[in-house]
Design a protein around this ligand. Structure first.
Ligand code: FES
Length: 119
């Protein structure tokens, strides 16, 4: 997940904050607290969708990768964990639309096939 997206804020001297840093910390804490060893939170410095913070990629070996933006550090931690667990259970990484939390549906940006994918 991206930790370097800037979110505009009129109430701070810099005019922006970095909400992905908080989200990465909160997510890692939640994953550890729940003992979700099948999930890994990996901070990265850009996912090339800089105007849609917070941005998260769901990725795994031989799975479609899903890029999701507009996620909030406080409001969407539960949704992200729910989506990540569903992603982890899906053999190809494609989770049925009805099983995706609303924030994950709304923030969908891209899905990318696994390397070597054959239709
Ligand atoms: S800085 Fe976050 S996607 Fe580019």
């Amino acid at each position: 997940m991206c930790t370097t997206c800037r979110r505009k804020r009129a109430d701070v001297p810099e005019g922006y904050d970095l909400p992905g840093k908080d989200l990465a910390r909160i997510l890692a804490s939640e994953v550890a607290r729940r003992g979700l060893t099948e999930l890994t939170v990996t901070p990265v410095e850009c996912l090339a969708v800089c105007r849609r913070p917070c941005t998260v990629a769901f990725a795994g070996p031989a799975k479609w990768t899903h890029l999701v933006g507009d996620l909030d550090a406080e409001a969407h931690v539960g949704d992200i964990v729910t989506a990540a667990l569903a992603f982890a259970r899906a053999p190809d990484g494609i989770v049925p639309w009805a099983e995706r939390p609303q924030s994950i549906r709304n923030g969908g940006l891209a899905r990318v096939p696994p390397l070597g994918f054959k239709p």
